[in-house]
Ligand binder design. Structure first.
Ligand SMILES: [Zn+2]
Ligand SMILES: [Zn+2]
Length: 167
């Protein structure tokens, strides 16, 4: 009988420990995603700035791009900005989605069909989604003064970034 009690006790303890580990890991991942310093792939800046830490006027002009060019409100948690070379890594081209796929490559998701696009560096003049054919280009949006990985104006952004699966 004593052995029986210990057996169930051990299972109970195991469940508690595993749950705690799971929760711990989840919290850790969220923390890392939000606080780890991410380097810019395009210049020597080793620390991208989180969108929500930007001054309000910059936030406003960056949102202008998304509203005017992509006709949407982006996931602000997924936007990282390089203030050195003035590049916006958005919720699709941003590190948030790509980091677990390949941290050091320039990866993005197609804004139309969610296909993973690799090799989207500044040097690549001919980025095109192999699935739906949408072309992308790193371009400066005059009004906001920042550079974005732009689909053609009027492209309907239908992909959803809400559930990256690990955050
Ligand atoms: Zn940069
Ligand atoms: Zn596509």
């Amino acid at each position: 009988m004593g052995a029986q009690v210990n057996y169930w006790g051990a299972i109970g303890l195991g469940v508690v420990v595993l749950t705690a580990l799971g929760v711990g890991l989840w919290v850790f991942k969220r923390y890392v995603i939000r606080h780890m310093s991410l380097p810019c792939q395009f210049c020597r800046n080793t620390r991208l700035t989180l969108f929500r830490k930007l001054p309000d006027d910059l936030k406003k002009s960056i949102l202008t791009y998304f509203r005017e060019h992509e006709n949407r409100d982006p996931d602000e948690e997924g936007i990282f900005v390089c203030l050195e070379c003035r590049t916006v890594h958005d919720d699709f081209s941003g590190e948030k989605m790509s980091r677990e796929v390949d941290f050091y490559q320039v990866t993005t998701l197609c804004k139309v069909c969610s296909t993973l696009l690799r090799d989207c560096g500044l040097y690549n003049e001919n980025i095109r989604c192999p699935t739906c054919g949408t072309p992308y280009k790193w371009q400066v949006h005059e009004k906001s003064g920042f550079r974005y990985l732009m689909p053609p104006a009027g492209t309907e952004v239908t992909s959803k970034i809400d559930d990256p699966g690990y955050a």
